[in-house]
Design a protein around this ligand. Structure first.
Ligand code: AMP
Ligand code: ZN
Length: 397
């Protein structure tokens, strides 16, 4: 039978804390999937297809979906969620979805899925939050850096990124240095109705470079094979980051191309953990001043299927990641607008960054997603400036 919706129970029930995580991975199962939904109880999967498929083809997709489910959910133990701050109940003046109003005002212009131009209001809001993050960086005397948008494949390979996050990689290449290839491309290059460039693969050089998925990696590679000064290294940078999130790309919440501001600490274990904690406390005051509704809780990175269970359990056991999750009143959910991260001596060991005593350095970073924090702010405070925190009303003057 040809159908465009397939529905079936998972081989193992998906525990509630993994429903969102597994669902987001189903986007990568097959190109013919248009949408995937897992019931809140974790016992029902609904797959919407882009085109009708034969029973055999449907069975193949179901089998692949089950592989994801088993790999991520079988024997999974719910990690104890540790809450460091909880201000989710703060009263905020707005409960609408900012996207329609942003579109009406010409404040967003979508170039493609997950790629947006931001208008003057959004840009001024980004700048306002940026200033708070720069103040945070200055309070640690962080040294400013500018990192490239591109990152060598060799770098990501060295820190295990291909194994952990293959699904979200974005690759960069160029035409091969060959006059015939370049001439043919120049004459015939065109996009089809789907926006696909018609150039054959062999015209492009082998991939040696990707679009960078994070900011702090660049600093760690700069420090590779070095011994740190006794006071450690504290740095800050803002950068374009790229994570291809497939069907999960939606509104300003989940972008392919987004911007991150980081404050980065490299030194002893105590140095990194103490500064991460101080940064959290300083940001707590900033969020209090504007009356932001959020909470800070332990979290894990969105590792790909095979790596998920082991790596997520590891992060949770060692309290390596905390997320700042802002309330989105219009959908009664939360969105991660930043994170407080500790990588232990992972980068120190893999990149030979040493402390003066010869032991591997520890690293950590505080990272803020600029588009997301602005989106969450508008979702809580809306567009009536009279309702905004007083310190922010002047951004439009
Ligand atoms: P992470 O390093 O994964 O903790 O990311 C740091 C911050 O970047 C997150 O808390 C988000 O605010 C932001 N971020 C991560 N992925 C995306 C995305 N796909 N779109 C927009 N912002 C993102
Ligand atoms: Zn980082």
């Amino acid at each position: 039978m040809n159908a465009t919706i397939i529905e079936f129970p998972p081989t193992v029930t998906i525990p509630p804390h993994l429903v969102g995580e597994v669902q987001s991975k189903l986007a990568y199962v097959d190109e013919r999937i248009a949408a995937a939904h897992i019931g809140a109880a974790g016992d029902n999967i609904i797959i919407e297809l882009k085109e009708p498929l034969s029973t055999a083809e449907q069975a193949t997709i179901e089998e692949k979906v089950q592989r994801v489910v088993v790999s991520m959910a079988q024997g999974a133990i719910r990690p104890k969620v540790q809450v460091l701050e909880d201000y989710l109940d703060r009263r905020v003046p707005f409960n609408g979805d900012p996207m329609p109003e942003l579109a009406r005002r010409g404040e967003i212009s979508q170039e493609a899925q997950g790629i947006y131009v931001l208008g003057p209001l959004l840009t001024r809001l980004v700048d306002w939050f940026e200033q708070r993050f720069l103040d945070l960086a200055a309070s640690f005397s962080a040294q400013p850096y500018r990192f490239p948008t591109l990152i060598p494949a060799r770098y990501l390979e060295k820190v295990g990124y291909f194994r952990a996050f293959p699904h979200s990689l974005s690759f960069a290449t160029h035409l091969r240095e060959d006059l015939d290839h370049i001439d043919s491309f120049a004459e015939g290059a065109a996009c089809d109705q789907h926006g696909n460039l018609n150039a054959p693969f062999e015209r492009f050089a082998p991939i040696q470079t990707l679009l960078s998925p994070a900011v702090c990696y660049h600093l760690y590679f700069t420090l590779a094979d070095q011994t740190l000064p006794p006071q450690g290294v504290t740095a800050t940078a803002v950068g374009n980051c790229f994570r291809y999130e497939s069907l999960n790309l939606s509104s300003l919440e989940r972008l392919w191309n987004f911007t991150m501001r980081e404050v980065i600490f490299v030194g002893s274990k105590e140095f990194v953990l103490e500064n991460r904690e101080i940064a959290r406390q300083r940001m707590q005051r900033v969020f209090e001043e504007i009356g932001f509704a959020y909470r800070v809780e332990s979290a894990n990175d969105p590792f790909f299927i095979g790596e998920f269970r082991k790596q997520a359990a590891f992060q949770s056991a060692f309290q390596l990641k905390y997320e700042i999750r802002a309330r989105l009143p219009f959908k009664d959910s939360t969105l991660a607008v930043g994170s407080y991260n500790y990588h232990q001596d992972f980068f120190g060991r893999h990149l030979s960054i040493h402390l003066p005593d010869g032991s591997p350095a520890h690293t950590g970073c505080v990272a803020f997603g600029l588009e997301r924090i602005v989106f969450a702010f508008l979702a809580q405070f809306g567009f009536d400036l009279a309702q905004w925190p007083r310190s922010m009303q002047e951004i439009l003057q």
